[in-house]
Design a protein around this ligand. Structure first.
Ligand code: GLC
Length: 733
C-alpha cells in the first residue's frame, strides 16, 4: 500500500472563470472574427494559377507529399497544405517534421474527448472547444485540424466511441456545428470525419457497411449535413469502409450525389490515410486529396516515394496521353486553391495561441460539465472539512490517457489524474491510502493479493474512491493500443483486468465507496451496480479531469453532464448486438436496426437500459412548469419555466422530444429535436423557449426519397432525460 503525502504545496489552479451565458442553440458570435486572423490577406488569381500548371504540378496537389502534407508548387508560390490530428488536441509532430528529441514545442492542450464534450450538451462550450483547437493548430503552423469525429455511437464496443460525440443525430449536429465554427473562426480548416458510418474498428479498411436509406438520412448523415450547411466546414474526411459495396473515399453516391449536389458542399474531400483503394474511382469522383496510401502516416521515416499514389505518377501519364479528362483534375485543384485562399494560406496569419491558461480553463470547464453523475444515494457531495484520510483504489486513479488511443493521441502539456486532483484539492492536510487494485497490462487480472490489499485500504475509511473502467492504451506506441483505441474494438462490455471481482470486494468492505469510471462508452455494471451508492462517468476528461472530478466529489462544482449515449444493462440489449450483430468474417456490417439506434430502440421496444440517453443527476433539483405549445404557421413554439428548487446553483439541460402519434412509416417512440442548458441559482426560475420548424416533425420517406411531414397529432415532451419526461403538450400539424 503506498501512502501519498503532498510533495509540494499545490496552489489550486486559479482557473480563469469563463462565464457562459445560459446556452442557446446558436453559438455566441466569436469575438475574434475572421478578420483578426490575418495580418495580410492575399487572394491569388486561381484561374491564372491553374492555367500555368503542368499536369504533374496539378497532380502534386491532389496527393500527399508527406505523412501530413499534400503537395504544393514552389515554382508558382503554391504552398503545401499542412494537416494534423486530432479531434481533442493538436497531435505531436510525427510526420516529416518529427524531431523525436524535441520534447517541448509540440505539447498541447489536451481537451476532454468528443463523447465528454457531447455530455456537456453545451453548444457554446462546443464553440470554445473548437476555438482552442483552431488557435493551437494555427500556432503550430497547421492548416487543417482533423476533427471533429462525427460517427454515430451505435455499439458500446466500438474502439473510437471516445472520439465521437453521441448516438443521436440532432445532438451530434448541434455540438459539431459549434465545434467547427470555433475552429474555423480562427482561420483554420476543420475536417468532419469519417464520412460515413465508420462505426466499428474491426477490419475498418475492408468492411462493407449496409443500411437502409432512412437510417442513412435520419441518423448517419445529419451531422455531416449540418456542419456543411450551418458551419461551412471546409474539409470532410472519407471513411475507410465501404458503404453499400463501394469505398467511401471515392464513392459516387456519397461524394458527388449527396455531398456535392444535394448538400452543396464546396470544400475538400480528403481520404482517410490509406483509404483510397482504386486508381480511377478517386479521379472520377470528387475526392480531392489522397492521403496516406503507404506507411508514411506512421512517420516511419522511410524514404517513401510520394509519386506512387493512385493519384500520382500513373495519373500524370494518363493525363499526358489524354486518357483522362484534365477537367476532372482541374476541379480538384480549384477546390484546393479555394480552400487555401479561405484559410489565407497565401497571406500571413495571426499567431494563434498555445498552452495558455485560458485554453486550460476551457479544458476544465468542459470536464466540469461533462462528468455525469449516474447514481447518488444521498452520499455525494462529500464534506471536505472533516476529511483527514481517504482511500483510493484503482490503477486509473494515476494512469495518464492522453498519449494513447491512436491518431487522436495528444502529448499533453500536463494531465491531472484523479489522484493529482485530490492532492490539489486537499494539499498536505490529507493522507491518501492507495491500492492499485489491478495492473494496466495485457491480459492482467486482479490477483487475490491485489484484491486483499484494496479491501484492507478501504476498510474503515471515511472516504473511499474506486477509479476504474476502461482506459487508453498501454503506451503511446501506435500498435500497442488497447481497449478504447483506434483500429481495435472491445471484446465485450466487461471492465478489463478482472475489475468486477475487485470492485465487488471493495464495495463489500466499504459500501460508501464512490465509483468513478473512465471510458468512451458503457461497461456492464450488473455484478456490482446495486452495491454502489454513487457512480460517476468521467469519460476521458482531458488535462484538467482530475481537478474537475475532485471538485465534483467534494461539492465545489455541481455536476451537470448528461449521457449522450444509452448505457445498456447488458450487451445483448443493444440493438447493434441483437437486431444486428458484430461483423463476422464476411466483413459485412449490416445496420439492421436502421433508425432504431440507441434510445430510439430502447424506448420503442420498452427495454430498460442501465442508464438512459440524456440522464445525469445534479446536487440540486429542478422543476419544469407552465409548458405552452403554440403553432405559428409551419413552426411550433414551445416554452416552459425551469426553476432551481434546491439549495445549490446548478445546470440543467431541457431536452425536447417529439413523438409522431400516427405515421405511415414506423417512427421511434421519441426523437430529440431541441435542447437548451441553463444555469440557475437556488430559487431562480427561467423561461426557456424553442422554435421547432417542420424538420422537427418530418421523417425521410425512402420510397419518395424525400422528407415528409405527415399531418396529424404530435406529442411534445420536455425532459431532464429521455426516460424522465417532466411536462408535455400536443399539437396538430
Ligand atoms: C487515421 C484515422 C483518422 C486520422 C488519420 C491521420 O487512420 O482514421 O481519423 O485523422 O488516420 O492520422
Amino acid at each position: 500500500m503506498k501512502i501519498y503525502t503532498n510533495p509540494y504545496l499545490f496552489t489550486i489552479l486559479a482557473v480563469a472563470l469563463i462565464c457562459f451565458s445560459s446556452c442557446g442553440d446558436n453559438n455566441t458570435p466569436a469575438n475574434n472574427s475572421k478578420t483578426t486572423n490575418t495580418t495580410s490577406d492575399m487572394k491569388p488569381d486561381i484561374e491564372s494559377l491553374l492555367s500555368q500548371m503542368t499536369n504533374a504540378e496539378k497532380v502534386a496537389l491532389i496527393h500527399a507529399s508527406s505523412s501530413f502534407t499534400s503537395g504544393g508548387v514552389e515554382r508558382l508560390g503554391i504552398p503545401e497544405l499542412i494537416m494534423s490530428d486530432g479531434p481533442h488536441g493538436v497531435r505531436h509532430e510525427h510526420g516529416r517534421d518529427w524531431d523525436k528529441e524535441d520534447i517541448d514545442t509540440d505539447k498541447s492542450t489536451y481537451l476532454p474527448t468528443g463523447v465528454a464534450l457531447a455530455s456537456t450538451w453545451n453548444t457554446d462550450l462546443g464553440y470554445e472547444f473548437g476555438a482552442v483547437l483552431g488557435r493551437e493548430a494555427k500556432f503550430r503552423g497547421k492548416d487543417v485540424i482533423l476533427g471533429p469525429g462525427l460517427n454515430i455511437i451505435r455499439s458500446p464496443l466500438a474502439g473510437r466511441n471516445f472520439e465521437y460525440l453521441t448516438e443521436d443525430p440532432y445532438l451530434n449536429a448541434q455540438m459539431a456545428v459549434g465545434y467547427v465554427k470555433g475552429v474555423q473562426d480562427q482561420g483554420i480548416a476543420a475536417c468532419a470525419k469519417h464520412y460515413v458510418a465508420n462505426t466499428y474498428e474491426y477490419q475498418r479498411h475492408y468492411v462493407d457497411v449496409l443500411m437502409d436509406e432512412r437510417a442513412f438520412r435520419e441518423i448517419y448523415l445529419p451531422g455531416f449535413k449540418a456542419v456543411v450547411q450551418e458551419a461551412d466546414v471546409l474539409t470532410i474526411m472519407g471513411a475507410y469502409n465501404k458503404f453499400r459495396g463501394t469505398y467511401c473515399s471515392h464513392h459516387p453516391f456519397l461524394l458527388d450525389e449527396v455531398l456535392r449536389k444535394e448538400i452543396g458542399f464546396e470544400g475538400l474531400v480528403i481520404s482517410d490515410w490509406n483509404a483510397v483503394k482504386d486508381s480511377m474511382e478517386p479521379v472520377e469522383t470528387s475526392l480531392d486529396i489522397e492521403m496516406g496510401t503507404d506507411l508514411s502516416m506512421l512517420g516511419q521515416g522511410l524514404p517513401l516515394d510520394y509519386s506512387k499514389f493512385h493519384m500520382g505518377d500513373a495519373l500524370v501519364e494518363k493525363l499526358d496521353k489524354g486518357e483522362v479528362d484534365v477537367a476532372l483534375i482541374d476541379s480538384k485543384v480549384r477546390r484546393i486553391l479555394e480552400v487555401m485562399t479561405r484559410i489565407n494560406k497565401f497571406g500571413e496569419r495571426t499567431a494563434g495561441a498555445y498552452n495558455t491558461k485560458a485554453h486550460q480553463a476551457v479544458a476544465k470547464q468542459v470536464a466540469d460539465e461533462a462528468i455525469v453523475l449516474l447514481k447518488n444515494e444521498d452520499i455525494l457531495p462529500l464534506e471536505k472539512e472533516p476529511v483527514k484520510k481517504m482511500a483510493v483504489v484503482g490503477a486509473n486513479a494515476t494512469w495518464k490517457h492522453a498519449g494513447a488511443g491512436g491518431s487522436s493521441q495528444v502529448k499533453a502539456y500536463y494531465e491531472i489524474t484523479p489522484m493529482a486532483g485530490l492532492k490539489n484539492l486537499f494539499g498536505d492536510d490529507v493522507v491518501i491510502d492507495y491500492a492499485q487494485g489491478y495492473d494496466i497490462k495485457k491480459d492482467a487480472v486482479a490477483t487475490q493479493e491485489q484484491i486483499d490489499e484494496a479491501v484492507k485500504t478501504v476498510t474503515g475509511a471515511d472516504v473511499a474512491l474506486y477509479v476504474g473502467g476502461s482506459f487508453h492504451g498501454y503506451s503511446d506506441e501506435w500498435n500497442d493500443n488497447a481497449y478504447d483505441a483506434e483500429d481495435i474494438d472491445k471484446p465485450d462490455m466487461m471492465m478489463p483486468f478482472g475489475q468486477d471481482a475487485l470492485l465487488k470486494a471493495v464495495l463489500e468492505a466499504n459500501p460508501n465507496t464512490i465509483v468513478v469510471l473512465f471510458g468512451g462508452a458503457s461497461v456492464d455494471m450488473s455484478e456490482w451496480h446495486d452495491k454502489a451508492k454513487a457512480i460517476l462517468q468521467v469519460w476521458y476528461p482531458g488535462m484538467e479531469g482530475g481537478n474537475s472530478l475532485a471538485n465534483i466529489i467534494f461539492g465545489e462544482t455541481n455536476p451537470s453532464g448528461k449521457l449522450p449515449i444509452t448505457f445498456p444493462a447488458k450487451l445483448e440489449d443493444s440493438p447493434a448486438h441483437s437486431v444486428s450483430s458484430y461483423p463476422d468474417e464476411n466483413l459485412i456490417i449490416d445496420h439492421k436496426e436502421g433508425i432504431m439506434v440507441g434510445y430510439r430502440y430502447f424506448d420503442t421496444k420498452n427495454i430498460k437500459p442501465a442508464y438512459a440517453f440524456g440522464h445525469g443527476l445534479s446536487y440540486t433539483t429542478f422543476d419544469f412548469t407552465g409548458m405552452e405549445v403554440r403553432k405559428n404557421g409551419e413552426t411550433v413554439s414551445v416554452s416552459l419555466t425551469v426553476t432551481n428548487t434546491g439549495k445549490m446553483k446548478g445546470g440543467e439541460v431541457v431536452q425536447i422530444y417529439v413523438k409522431d402519434e400516427v405515421s405511415s412509416l414506423v417512427r421511434p417512440e421519441k426523437e430529440l429535436k431541441a435542447f437548451k442548458k441553463v444555469f440557475l441559482e437556488p430559487g431562480e426560475g427561467q423561461e426557456v423557449s424553442f422554435e421547432l420548424d417542420k424538420s422537427a416533425f418530418s421523417y425521410f420517406d425512402d420510397k419518395k426519397m424525400e422528407w415528409v411531414l405527415e399531418p396529424g397529432k404530435f406529442i411534445i415532451m420536455a425532459g431532464s432525460a429521455s426516460d424522465n419526461i417532466r411536462v408535455s403538450g400536443e399539437i396538430d400539424m
